[in-house]
Ligand binder design. Structure first.
Ligand SMILES: Cc1cc2nc3c(=O)[nH]c(=O)nc-3n(C[C@H](O)[C@H](O)[C@H](O)COP(=O)(O)OP(=O)(O)OC[C@H]3O[C@@H](n4cnc5c(N)ncnc54)[C@H](O)[C@@H]3O)c2cc1C
Length: 574
């Protein structure tokens, strides 16, 4: 993925489909469309997965809470959404097994009645999943079995129920989709923002005006169709194309904190079935630590990164504490982050009785009043919708969740093909992503034998890069300095910085530390420690002056320190 060459082609060529936004939705669409033979451009304002798609809970699931809500309120749309998630779950796991794995989740209960209630619910969940999945079925656990599996739990529990879902490394999964799209012929670039459109005489979009945030230059990209996949920012792009469109997105903020792995001391996840605001919270092993989240609050300041605040830290810790044997407090927090769910408010036609989620392809996207303004974001459906604005010809993929990215992409690209009069079938259901070809659970042993790395480094490389791990490993084998650990005690190699710049389009320190490896979201102090070394390696590779390297490292350190400060300030953000 050579950014300079791709930008040259973006400036010169005309595309069938230009996809705006490089999160799960946009990357999924790029792969789907490229595999169908369309000439595809994918452009991303910051970095691939820089927004919501790197800040999720990282579960691939139908959603046990959504199933409960569906039954309690006899909501068939909700039920259909659970089914979509469960149908897609095994595909997500199967197409990139190095980045996705089955995850056991334990729900401790405090009396026999709760055990019965959750066991019945999870049997239903199994039943909905059973047609395609081969994950183990749910079952009850005795108190002693539960404490053996999760020693950090309080001794006050009665017993537990256990079930399975999937877990992904979200940012790297998104990158694998982008790389796979590029391998299938798509032209992709990060750090390019759509800031306007040009239209033809009929008022239809003919080109996008983009700003290159690295070179600071503007240029246009010509395409027959534009697909807006900008998640929480979708209304901005819709209104750039047609200022008359009514907003549809209700961004909802969700935060996570990272605690030491020893908090639960388990390779399995904890599900807390009911918070004081009526949701579920997960505590999940991730990158050798424990990921705790999430919250669900309306958020409207899209220009400001939704950072973790002290009040939110307290809420999550207070929610977890009753399940723990030991006391935890803010001093245990290692890192944290916030993201924005791109929830879609139901349009007027849904209130009038027609099915939600239907594409308005071929018709004008009539200015639909924002429905559901009175509903809390936690009650809004996580389903997706493909919208076609007949006036400007902009196609938008709205809402959805990580788990269903492939189905969302299929629905959007089906409509795109119809509009472009191209007949081609979706091929993503069985398409292995880059790094998955020839990979199995023992691949790390081959890396260890062939390159002589320690076990933790070999496992890390095999899990993050799949069979592509041989490329950074070979770099490390050729240059002794690159075989060193980036920071002591962590499995990351210096060679990975060079690999990420050359092969994964990493352009900034944050691209590398937050999304190529996940250090920024798991350990702020370690990321601060690593930043100057990353700046030097990346800067030397990209031809930065020494001043630019130190300025970049200092700016990054300021950003992380501001996150630390906000997480330690008594503020709820509400
Ligand atoms: C706290 C939280 C937890 C979640 N947990 C889960 C979970 O466990 N499982 C699950 O299935 N789902 C989960 N989700 C939902 C899931 O993460 C999102 O639905 C999904 O990541 C959205 O992807 P997206 O591509 O639509 O949006 P994004 O990832 O936000 O991507 C949109 C991209 O568009 C870019 N962009 C914006 N404007 C422009 C422009 N003008 N030009 C170019 N690019 C632009 C942005 O930079 C961004 O990268 C969670 C969400 C949150 C917030």
């Amino acid at each position: 993925m050579n950014r300079d060459q791709y930008i040259h082609r973006l400036q010169k060529e005309t595309f069938d489909l230009c996809i705006i936004g490089g999160g799960a939705s946009g990357a999924g669409c790029a792969l789907d469309a490229a595999l169908r033979g369309l000439k595809v451009a994918l452009i991303e304002k910051t970095d691939f997965a820089a927004e919501t798609s790197s800040k999720s809970t990282k579960l691939v699931h139908g959603g046990v809470r959504y199933l409960e809500q569906a039954f309690k309120s006899l909501d068939f749309a909700q039920l259909r959404q659970v089914q979509h998630g469960l149908e897609e779950r095994h595909i997500v796991l199967q197409n990139a097994p190095h980045l996705a794995r089955p995850l056991a989740l334990i729900t401790p209960v405090f009396n026999w009645w709760e055990n019965l209630y959750f066991s019945i619910g999870l049997k239903l969940y199994d039943w909905f999943a059973s047609r395609k999945d081969n994950l183990p079925k749910s079952r009850r656990l005795s108190k002693s079995d539960t404490l053996r599996r999760m020693p950090g739990l309080t001794r006050k529990i009665h017993s537990a129920v256990l079930y399975y879902d999937g877990q992904i490394d979200d940012a790297r999964y998104c990158l694998a989709l982008v790389q796979s799209a590029a391998a299938a012929g798509a032209i992709v670039s990060n750090h390019l923002e759509v800031i306007g459109f040009q239209k033809n005489e009929a008022g239809k979009l003919s080109a996008a005006l983009v700003k290159d945030h690295l070179s600071k230059e503007d240029f246009t990209i010509k395409s027959n169709l534009f697909l807006n996949c900008t998640g929480p920012f979708a209304d901005r792009v819709r209104q750039l194309a047609n200022p008359g469109l009514t907003p549809r997105i209700r961004p909802s903020k969700g935060v996570h904190v990272i605690l030491p792995h020893a908090t639960l001391d388990s390779g399995e996840a904890l599900l807390i079935p009911e918070t004081r605001d009526g949701r579920v919270v997960f505590a999940i092993p991730f990158e050798s630590e424990l990921l705790l989240g999430t919250t669900d609050d309306e958020y409207n300041d899209l220009d400001k990164e939704p950072a973790l605040l002290g009040g939110e830290v307290d809420f999550l810790l207070e929610t977890l504490q009753p399940f723990l044997e030991k006391q935890i407090d803010r001093r245990h927090i290692k890192a944290g982050f916030g993201g924005l769910r791109p929830l879609v408010a139901p349009p007027m036609r849904e209130r009038n009785g027609s099915a939600p989620g239907t594409s308005t392809s071929g018709k004008d996207a009539s200015p639909l009043p924002v429905g559901g303004a009175e509903r809390a974001t936690k009650s809004l459906l996580r389903d997706h919708e493909v919208e076609h604005d007949g006036a400007s010809n902009l196609l938008s993929l709205l809402g959805g969740k990580w788990t269903t990215y492939r189905l969302m992409a299929k629905d959007a690209v089906d409509v795109a093909c119809k509009l472009l009069d191209i007949r081609a079938e979706c091929r993503t259901a069985t398409h292995l992503l880059v790094g998955a070809e020839g990979w199995d659970n023992a691949f790390w042993k081959k890396i260890m034998t062939d390159f002589g790395f320690d076990a933790d480094i070999s496992q890390h490389l095999a899990q993050k890069y799949g069979t592509r791990a041989v490329i950074p490993a070979t770099l490390a084998a050729e240059y002794a300095e690159l075989a060193e650990r980036l920071i002591p005690g962590f499995p990351y190699l210096k060679a990975e910085v060079i690999y990420a710049v050359r092969e994964e389009m990493a352009c900034t320190i944050r691209d590398f530390l937050a999304r190529r490896i996940r250090l920024e979201i798991t350990d702020w102090e370690a990321a601060l420690d690593a930043a100057p070394r990353v700046a030097k390696l990346m800067g030397d590779e990209l031809g930065w002056t020494t001043n630019r390297q130190s300025d970049a490292a200092a700016a990054y350190a300021d950003l992380l320190k501001s996150f630390q400060k906000m997480a330690d300030t008594d503020h709820t953000g509400k």
